[in-house]
Structures are given as structure tokens and as C-alpha cells.
Ligand binder design. Structure first.
Ligand SMILES: Cc1cc2nc3c(=O)[nH]c(=O)nc-3n(C[C@H](O)[C@H](O)[C@H](O)COP(=O)(O)O)c2cc1C
Length: 172
């Protein structure tokens, strides 16, 4: 182990949150924008905590911070779209990640958005868009795990992927 290594006890003590975040910053994760349309209009946020659960039936999950201003819109709508970003869509990720102080409908001023098959905001030119029905929501610590049954998929052009690694956006 070199001088810069940090470790944590394995005897049941809590792991330091900063150490956990540092370790997770080494995970290369695909960048998505998750959107919905509620009674108060469109909402969305940038997310790397997205995973496939099953293909039978097609089901995925998204982890949404309970403190997010858009969290109520997702629960009310009961539907959401997962837009998988290309390397050229970094500005969209920044807008929906809260940079620039944009919120709610303002964020949709970045990128070209259209209504999908389920009436959800879908990003034109995304690698893929999954329109989902919310079938389960479970609170775990600070986040809600949203489980979505995929009801429609739009495949975009196969291009570079946008990934987040080492607290930076990169193209793969
Ligand atoms: C690269 C990146 C990945 C993120 N991943 C998530 C995520 O998986 N879940 C989440 O709740 N927030 C995630 N965030 C933070 C949200 O995008 C951000 O907190 C949100 O847009 C805040 O806006 P709101 O409170 O107005 O909804 C991520 C941000 C960035 C830049």
C-alpha cells in the first residue's frame, strides 16, 4: 500500500462518506438525463445512477435524490424517460445537472426536445431513450430508487457515449 492509499476498517465501523465518494469517482458511468411531465410541466435531472434490472420484461432503475426539486414531479407523473447522452450532449448534462442555476422548464432550453410515444420529454439525437411507467419506488437512505417498466424505446444514431469519470465529463 503506498502513502496515498486510504483504507477503511472492515469490522463493522461506518465507512466515511468522503472516502466512499472518492472511490465512486473512479467508476466510469454513462450519463443520462431523466425527464418527466407533471401537472406543473416538464422536469428533469442528470443521472449516472441508472441500471438495467431485467429484459423480461424490460425494466430499469434510477436513483433520485429525495431533496431534488423535481422529485415530487416524478412521483406525481408516475412515468419517466431515460435519455442516454452522446459525447456531443455535454451541455445538456450540465444544464440538467443544475449548472447555470437553471431549473424546471428552463433546462429544456438546452438541446432539442420532443414529445415521445408516452408524451414524455425525449432528447432528439440521444443514443437511446427509454420511456417508462413507474412500477415501484423505494426510499433507500437519501435517495428514492425508481423502478420503471420500459414501454417504449427509441434508438438514436450509434455515436460516442458521454461518461462521467474522475468528476469530469469524457467521451468514449
Ligand atoms: C454527472 C452527474 C451525475 C448525477 N447523477 C445523479 C443521480 O444519479 N441521481 C440524482 O438524484 N442526482 C444526480 N446528479 C445531480 C442532479 O443532476 C442535480 O442534483 C439536480 O439536477 C438538481 O436539480 P433539482 O434539485 O432542481 O432537481 C448528478 C449530477 C451530475 C452532474
Amino acid at each position: 500500500m503506498d502513502d496515498t492509499s486510504r483504507s477503511t476498517p472492515t469490522d463493522g465501523h461506518a465507512v466515511d462518506a468522503g472516502l466512499f465518494r472518492e472511490a465512486m469517482s473512479r467508476l466510469a458511468a454513462a450519463v443520462h438525463v431523466v425527464t418527466t411531465r407533471g401537472p406543473e410541466g416538464r422536469a428533469g435531472f442528470t443521472a449516472t445512477a441508472v441500471a438495467s434490472i431485467s429484459d423480461t420484461p424490460p425494466t430499469l432503475l434510477v436513483c433520485l435524490n429525495r431533496r431534488s426539486l423535481s422529485a415530487p414531479a416524478f412521483h406525481h407523473a408516475g412515468r419517466f424517460a431515460v435519455n442516454m447522452l452522446t459525447g456531443a450532449q455535454e451541455t445538456v448534462a450540465q444544464s440538467f445537472g443544475g449548472r447555470g442555476g437553471l431549473s424546471g422548464e428552463q433546462r429544456f432550453g438546452v438541446g432539442h426536445w420532443q414529445e415521445g410515444a408516452l408524451g414524455l420529454p425525449c432528447l432528439v439525437g440521444a443514443l437511446a431513450v427509454f420511456e417508462c411507467r413507474l412500477v415501484e419506488a423505494r426510499t433507500v437512505a437519501t435517495h428514492d430508487v425508481l423502478v420503471g417498466r420500459v414501454e417504449h424505446v427509441t434508438l438514436g444514431p450509434a455515436r460516442e457515449s458521454l461518461v462521467y469519470l474522475g468528476r469530469e465529463f469524457r467521451r468514449l
